[in-house]
Design a protein around this ligand. Structure first.
Ligand code: PHE
Length: 347
C-alpha cells in the first residue's frame, strides 16, 4: 500500500473516532477536554500535518487536502455542539430561574432617626429661622464652668439643685446642664452680640425612674446684646412654643429661681391633653412645664467678659426628652434608652 492510501485511511479513522467521541460529550467541560484531545497541538490530525514532510512530493497535496478536510470537519462539529450546549444552558436557566417581574418587591427595613434626634432637629430648625447659630461645648466640664462662673461659688447651696457626677480628677465633672456653654460662647464672642443655641447631653446622678434619667438632652439658648429685654425673651420663647406645639398654644411664665439668671422663670404651656381642665398628664394643674429661663445675671455677664452696664441678655434651658414625652404622650422616659424596636418604630 502506498503512503497515500495509508494516510488517507488513517485520516478517515481519525475523523470517525473524533466524531464518535464527540457524540458522547454532554457538557462544556467535556467539550473542552475533547477539543484538546482532537484538535489540540498533539492531536492525531495535527500529527498528520507534521508528517506531511515525509510524504512523497506528488502525494503531498492530496493528503494535505484530506487532512485539512478532516480538521475542518472536526472543528465544525465542535462548533455546532458548542452552540447547542450554550443554547441548552440558556434554555435551562430561562426555565429554572424564571423571574416574575410582576411580583411585589420585598421592602427593606428602613432605619430612622431616634425620636429625640427628630425633636432636636425640629428645634434647631425653629431657632435657625430666628437667626440662632448652633454652638457646641464638651460633655466633660470643669467645676468652674458648670458652677462657679455661673454664679455658684464652692459650697453655694444652689449647687444641690444638680446631683453631680464627679470624675477621679478633682474639679472635673460631667456637665449637669448646658449652661456652662454660655460662658464658653461669651469668652469666644466677647464683645460681639450673641444669638446661639447650645444642644447637648447632660448628666445627673439621680435615681432612674419613669420621670428622670441620669443622662438626657438639653438645648440652651443664649442671647446677649446692648438692649435685650425680658420682653425679647418672652416673645422668642412664645414664638418657639407656637411653632413647636401649634399656633393656638397658651403659655405662661412662672417666677422661679436659678443662680445664673435674674429674674428667673419657668415656662409652662397649657396641657394639650385636657386643654387646661386638669388630667393625669398635667397632674391636674392644666399646665406643662417645658423650660427654665431668665435674664442673664450681671455676674455671669461679667464672668463672660461683658460689661453688665452696657450689655444684657437672656438664657433658657429646654429639656428635650421632656418635650418629646409631652408631644407624643410617652409615659416613661426610660423608653428613650431601652432601644426597644417596637417603641422606636412608632416615630
Ligand atoms: N440650666 C438650667 C437647668 O438645667 C436651665 C436654665 C437654663 C435656666 C438657662 C435658666 C437659664 O435646670
Amino acid at each position: 500500500m502506498s503512503v497515500e492510501v495509508n494516510l488517507i485511511q488513517e485520516l478517515e479513522n481519525i475523523e470517525r473516532s473524533g466524531l464518535e467521541a464527540l457524540a458522547g460529550v454532554k457538557d462544556e467541560a467535556a467539550l473542552q477536554a475533547w477539543r484538546i484531545a482532537h484538535l489540540g497541538r498533539s492531536a492525531p490530525v495535527m500529527q498528520v500535518f507534521s508528517r506531511l514532510g515525509q510524504v512523497p512530493k506528488e502525494q503531498r497535496a492530496t493528503i494535505g487536502q484530506r487532512a485539512n478536510q478532516a480538521k475542518q470537519k472536526l472543528e465544525a462539529a465542535q462548533a455546532e455542539l458548542e452552540q447547542a450546549l450554550k443554547q441548552a444552558a440558556l434554555e435551562h436557566s430561562l426555565e429554572n430561574m424564571r423571574l416574575d417581574v410582576t411580583l411585589p418587591g420585598r421592602t427593606p427595613d428602613h432605619g430612622r432617626l431616634h425620636i429625640v434626634t427628630q425633636t432636636l432637629r425640629e428645634i434647631y430648625k425653629i431657632y435657625a429661622e430666628m437667626g440662632f447659630q448652633v454652638y457646641r461645648s464638651t460633655d466633660v466640664e470643669s467645676d468652674d464652668y458648670n458652677f462657679t462662673l455661673l454664679n455658684m461659688p464652692a459650697y453655694h447651696p444652689a449647687r444641690d439643685m444638680w446631683d453631680t457626677f464627679h470624675t477621679t480628677r478633682p474639679g472635673v465633672i460631667l456637665r449637669t446642664h448646658t449652661s456652662p456653654g454660655q460662658i464658653h460662647v461669651m469668652h469666644e464672642r466677647c464683645p460681639e452680640p450673641i444669638r446661639v443655641i447650645l444642644p447637648g447631653m447632660v448628666y445627673r446622678y439621680e435615681q432612674i425612674s419613669a420621670r428622670s434619667e441620669i443622662q438626657f438632652n438639653q438645648v440652651e439658648l443664649l442671647v446677649v446684646g446692648q438692649k435685650i429685654t425680658f420682653g425679647d425673651m418672652k416673645g422668642t420663647l412664645l414664638d418657639f412654643a407656637r411653632k413647636l406645639f401649634g399656633k393656638e398654644v397658651r403659655s405662661r411664665l412662672r417666677p422661679s429661681y436659678f443662680p445664673f439668671t435674674e429674674p428667673s422663670a419657668e415656662m409652662d404651656i397649657e396641657c394639650f391633653v385636657c386643654g387646661g381642665a386638669g388630667c393625669p398628664v398635667c397632674k391636674q394643674s392644666g399646665w406643662l412645664e417645658i423650660l427654665g429661663c431668665g435674664m442673664v445675671h450681671p455676674v455671669v455677664l461679667q464672668n463672660g467678659g461683658y460689661d453688665p452696664q452696657q450689655f444684657s441678655g437672656f438664657a433658657a434651658g429646654l429639656g428635650i426628652e421632656r418635650i418629646a414625652l409631652l408631644r407624643h404622650r410617652i409615659t416613661d422616659i426610660r423608653y428613650f434608652w431601652q432601644n426597644d424596636i417596637r417603641f422606636l418604630e412608632q416615630f
